[in-house]
Design a protein around this ligand. Structure first.
Ligand code: NAD
Length: 544
């Protein structure tokens, strides 16, 4: 493996465009959206570089207008899973032996395509297919994706450059050959971030692996654009194979295959735990111990000390809980507010939430749009109805929902007198925030409560103007979050700045967008070379 001969460009975060009224980028993305809205896309699978159609078509449903026909995707079968595995295995040798500089160039070109030529297209696909506002699409599918690609190239280069100690280098040379995993790798991605789909696949490929990728059925429009970008960037046939197949059937085939070498998963906790169990049950089938990386659910908190500033807290709650309809794994969904601050926080929160406009992402004044699908809508409606009926819960903001045109759920705030109320513990993955108002003098006990409520540990925020209280809280909440925010909302991690991942039931905490994640996709071989090998087996201590 050639390494260190070429200096890769220093990665920088892709600047976020503002899309102000009258701006060029605003007009361009709106035109792109309108074009795609009135066309019917046909989304194939891509196996071994070939576009595979089956004629078994299902419609792409824009969540904010599910009757609009924007196109459909070709549903595959078990045979396509087998074909994708075979394509990955066939492509492996040539791909892993391609020099690092040539592999890197592909991903750096992909980043430029995402940030340049394809920016409006991938943003529009994310707006239509996942109902993101332009700002949410921009920070995800354009900027975060470009960042993942560029920073990961830099991190991989740094890894290849890490070599062991060889003393003065006389007589021997120790070196490490960073091999990819042996076999094929499997990426399962969620609906909520186009960038996650782009990252989970490419970061394994970057390290020399070939990939079978099963995207979420609710992210297929932007997944299709991603495959176009990968093709134009020059990712060779068979290196990333996208299949559109039944999740359980796909899992049954992949996890029984002897060459299965690694899983890169992002999605819900229950699905991941079941997968882990399946992999464990099949362990005698595999040629190697598969790597398992999973980033899963969250029940992310905002904990507030009595010294905090009410308006800052309210703003963090509004943005943290309701941007992208609360469908971020990092979204704030439980808040602990001291009773001295609650009246002021509630007033600001009410002002903010009541001013939120909700509707189509095509109308730029909307801060929120619809939730992803009917299943999610029905689940949220059920919890909201339950809160209306429960004596220990009160809905103080929102609480309405309507699925006639799109799956719209109002930003909803529940106040509970029971800190273990179901919506303080269960991930709902929607625009529902539950607040527990605690006696301001019971900071200690409330920190313990935060720690002991819900099985998750993804993100959390602590607000305080008192440095001693911060010190205490940062320590007490050490195990509660993989990404912890002080006086800031718990969402919006930026690649290269806040590597992302959670612990406990929230995942293996392998930090997407960091070197640590890339290490999981390699299997180092240590090579010791001796220049003048001994010819006498005896040692000096044996001399007489
Ligand atoms: P999901 O678990 O429903 O689906 C995720 C992926 O798993 C999809 O591709 C789906 O088709 C697949 N899948 C579903 N059942 C499967 C099975 N039995 N076998 C194999 N694959 C299966 O999740 P979602 O609704 O797409 O995404 C939301 C979830 O993802 C939330 O729980 C959220 O917290 C989590 N998430 C976590 C992070 C993180 O970094 N921790 C980031 C984004 C999303």
């Amino acid at each position: 493996m050639e390494k260190g001969f070429y200096k890769v460009p220093q990665a920088k975060n892709e600047p976020v465009m503002a899309y102000k009224p009258g701006s060029e980028e605003r007009a361009a993305v709106q035109a792109q959206y309108d074009k795609m809205w009135s066309q019917q896309v046909e989304i194939p699978m891509v196996i071994n570089g070939q576009r595979i159609t089956t004629g078994n078509l299902e419609r792409v449903l824009p969540p904010h207008d599910h009757q609009q026909n924007v196109g459909s995707f070709h549903m595959g079968t078990a045979q396509h899973v087998h074909d994708a595995i075979e394509a990955s295995l066939n492509a492996k040798e040539q791909w892993e032996n391609l020099s690092w500089s040539n592999r890197s160039a592909i991903f750096l070109k992909a980043a430029d395509l995402v940030a340049g030529k394809y920016r409006h297209k991938i943003n529009a696909a994310t707006m239509i297919g996942q109902s993101k506002t332009i700002f949410q699409a921009e920070i995800d599918s354009a900027c975060e994706l470009a960042d993942f690609l560029r920073f990961n190239v830099q991190y991989a280069t740094e890894i290849y450059d890490e070599q062991p100690y060889t003393g003065s280098g006389e007589g021997l040379w120790n070196r490490v050959d960073y091999r990819p995993l042996e076999g094929f790798t499997f990426a399962i991605t969620p609906f909520n971030f186009t960038a996650i789909a782009g990252n989970l696949t490419t970061c394994m490929a970057m390290m020399g692996n070939t990939v079978v990728w099963k995207p979420s059925l609710s992210q297929l429009y932007s997944a299709h654009v991603l495959m176009e970008i990968f093709e134009e960037a020059g990712i060779p046939p068979g290196v990333i194979n996208m299949i559109i197949t039944d999740p359980q059937e796909t899992a049954d085939i992949v996890f029984k295959h002897p060459d299965f070498a690694g899983l890169h998963f992002t999605g819900s906790t229950e699905v991941f735990k079941n997968i882990w169990q399946t992999i464990g049950n099949n362990i005698h089938t595999y040629k190697t111990y598969p790597r398992i990386v999973g980033e899963t659910g969250g029940k992310d908190f905002i904990m507030v000390h009595k010294s905090a500033k009410a308006k800052q807290v309210a703003t963090a709650m509004t943005r943290g809980a309701f941007e992208f309809q609360g469908q971020k794994c990092s979204a704030a969904s439980r808040a602990y507010i001291p009773d001295n601050l609650w009246p002021a926080v509630k007033e600001h929160l009410t002002q903010q939430v009541e001013s939120i406009k909700m509707g189509s992402p095509r109308e730029f004044e909307n801060f929120m749009t619809a939730v992803i699908h009917e299943g999610s809508f029905d689940k949220l409606a059920k919890y909201i109805d339950q809160a209306k009926a429960d004596a220990d819960a009160e809905i103080v903001l929102g609480g309405n929902y309507d699925k006639s045109k799109g799956w719209f759920v109002e930003p909803t705030v529940i106040v509970t007198t029971n800190p273990k109320y179901t919506t303080m513990e269960t991930e709902l993955f929607g625009p529902v925030l539950t607040v527990y108002v605690y006696p301001a003098e019971e900071y200690d006990a409330t920190l313990t409560l935060v720690d002991e409520t819900s099985p998750y540990a993804l993100t959390g925020a602590l607000f305080s103007a008192d440095r001693y209280a911060l010190e205490q809280g940062i320590h007490a909440l050490r195990g509660c979050a993989g990404n912890f925010y002080v006086n800031d909302k718990p969402t919006g991690a930026v690649v290269g700045q806040q590597p992302f991942g959670g612990a406990r039931a929230s995942g293996t905490n392998d930090k997407a967008g960091s070197k640590q994640n890339l290490y999981r996709w390699i299997s180092p071989r240590l090579i010791k070379e001796t220049y003048d090998a001994p010819t006498d087996y005896t040692y000096p201590f044996m001399e007489k």
